[in-house]
Design a binder for this molecule. Structure first.
Ligand code: T46
Length: 137
């Protein structure tokens, strides 16, 4: 499985750090960002996600603290630690994800290619496997 991480631009000086990104063709984020959401105040030991998307593309950025993202493409699993506000993890369609190990105060920011659509979710692992089989026929 190919893990796609992107380092965003950073401007550091004696007063602090600034990270920026732009979206659109040929830019940092190759799709137009239609939605932004963030996950925070995750209780210790809690795990979220447990789904895949059919079309949605996203970049996950842990802008404060750290968390771990499990990615599963149906045949391989990878666990990726996010702990840097200037690094984004690409998560595309057909990828089961779970988010865990949130440090106290962690904030996970997500930049999404589409508006919220519950029909784009596959929230059952067996259905996810069947979906991949159909897609790869
Ligand atoms: C993903 C991971 C990384 C909305 O109404 N609008 C939204 O934009 C979102 C993201 C969620 N919701 C509703 C749907 C549920 O009733 O908020 C509730 C919690 O969402 P969910 O249980 O899907 O949250 P997570 O943290 O398990 O998953 C989220 C995203 O939903 C998902 O697309 O890839 O973060």
């Amino acid at each position: 499985m190919k893990i796609e991480k992107i380092e965003f631009h950073r401007r550091d000086n004696a007063t602090g750090k600034l990270t920026f990104l732009e979206s659109g063709m040929g830019k940092d984020i190759p799709f137009d960002i239609r939605r932004v959401y963030y996950i925070y105040d995750v209780a210790p030991g809690e795990r979220r996600g447990f789904h895949a998307h059919k079309k949605l593309e996203q970049y996950l950025i842990c802008i404060h603290g750290s968390c771990t993202i499990l990615l599963d493409d149906g045949s391989k699993q990878e666990n990726i630690v996010l702990n840097d506000p200037s690094t984004g993890l690409y998560v595309g369609p057909g990828m089961w994800r779970e988010m865990y190990n949130f440090s106290p105060g962690a904030v996970l920011l997500v930049l999404a290619s589409e508006y919220y659509d519950e029909d784009d979710y596959i929230r059952d692992y067996d259905m996810f496997k069947s979906y991949l089989k159909e897609e790869n026929k």
